[in-house]
Design a protein around this ligand. Structure first.
Ligand SMILES: [Zn+2]
Ligand SMILES: [Zn+2]
Length: 357
């Protein structure tokens, strides 16, 4: 990406000559396009340009640096191994990492596809490329029995949902509402369902995504294209949830206007998790009286830690058939069509677009 709002373009950079100890050069097999990439492209987070986007990637190690060669779990790592990795790198010793234990807010955090200017060596620091250079300290995970489609289909959405639901907590038997049926909504659905939620209602669209939500175990779906009036959605939802609203509501849309609607969907004493606003999409009028009157608890959650990715891969290994994330991958593009891939995501045409360089 040369700059915000500019079409993506192909650029050539020299591959690194030396691979540092603890680093690896990886040939990209599949790179997911995340909704966040669209927000980045629109300039909703300050990031360096030019940049190689892409923070959900699978590839094969072609060269590996010296020193200890193990992945994050301690498994041996060799050239030829298929791997994925945590996009964010945490320092482990700053105030946020070491004192208040909020490591995803690490003061020295950097992330592939988000933090590195591609004109600076080692250049290859994002997924939308033929190669990526994994720096020392990257949490690498060897993949044996999980497909490229499953890993990129789950993408950063699954680790985001695992972290978010860990912060908020779902109790066995909870009635849960999920606002949004994109990748984050479906991931939140999978995590809530497997955490013991007794009823899950997904509000979103279009119809194909809601069908996939039903495959993932949604008990009811509300199509926003059919029920366009907020008050009608609210009354239908309360009826479905037994009259009082939901125990927990999870925002997975990224549009500010859904947050006040979501507050109203909570039962008194309920909780609300804002998961979809990784980009700054602006403000929405919120009546704080609602939070007081309903005694709501509101949670936020930013990105994820390597342990969430370890948990996500284990979840996909064990429950990949129950929650078929590979089916989210609907559109494939070659690297020279990366721009088109980003636009299909921006226009919500695809379940999930991927680049196969
Ligand atoms: Zn993402
Ligand atoms: Zn830190």
């Amino acid at each position: 990406m040369p700059d915000f709002h500019q079409p993506l373009e192909l650029r050539r950079y020299p591959l690194p000559v030396e691979i540092e100890p603890g680093a690896a050069l990886v040939k990209v097999e599949m790179a997911g396009i995340c909704g966040t990439d669209v927000h980045l492209w629109k300039g909703q987070l300050q990031i360096p340009r030019p940049i190689i986007l892409g923070h959900e990637t699978v590839g094969v190690i072609t060269r590996i640096g010296g020193g200890s060669k193990t992945d994050w779990t301690g498994a041996s790592l060799l050239e030829g191994d298929r791997v994925t990795w945590g996009a964010g790198m945490l320092c482990g010793h700053c105030y946020h990492c070491a004192v208040i234990r909020q490591p995803t807010r690490c003061l020295n955090r950097s992330a592939y596809g988000i933090s590195f200017n591609s004109d600076d060596p080692p250049h290859f620091s994002g997924g939308y490329a033929e190669y990526i250079y994994l720096r020392p300290g990257t949490a690498i995970f060897k993949l044996s029995d999980v497909s490229d489609e499953t890993v990129t289909g789950a993408g950063c959405a699954l680790v985001t949902a695992i972290h978010g639901l860990e912060r908020m907590g779902i109790s066995w038997g909870d009635k849960v509402v999920i606002q949004g049926s994109g990748p984050v909504g479906l991931a939140a659905l999978a995590v809530a369902k497997s955490s013991g939620a007794s009823m899950i209602i997904v509000i979103g669209g279009p119809a194909a995504r809601l069908e996939l939500a039903q495959t993932f175990g949604a008990d009811y779906t509300i199509n926003i294209d059919e029920i366009t009036d907020s008050a009608k959605r609210l009354s239908q939802l309360k009826e479905l949830a037994g009259g009082y609203g939901a125990d927990a509501v999870i925002e997975c849309v990224g549009a500010p206007s859904v947050v006040p609607e979501g507050f109203e969907m909570c039962r008194d004493g309920g909780k609300y998790l804002v998961l979809g606003h990784y980009g700054d999409a602006g403000v929405a009028p919120i009546n704080p009286h609602v939070i007081t009157r309903k005694q709501l608890t509101v949670y936020g959650s930013w990105a994820s830690e390597p342990r969430h990715m370890a948990a996500a891969l284990e979840f996909l290994r064990k429950q990949g058939e129950r929650f078929p994330f590979d089916r989210l991958v609907t559109h494939r593009f070659s690297l020279d069509r990366a721009n088109e891939a980003l636009q299909t995501t921006a226009q919500w045409v695809s379940g999930k677009s991927v680049i196969v360089p």
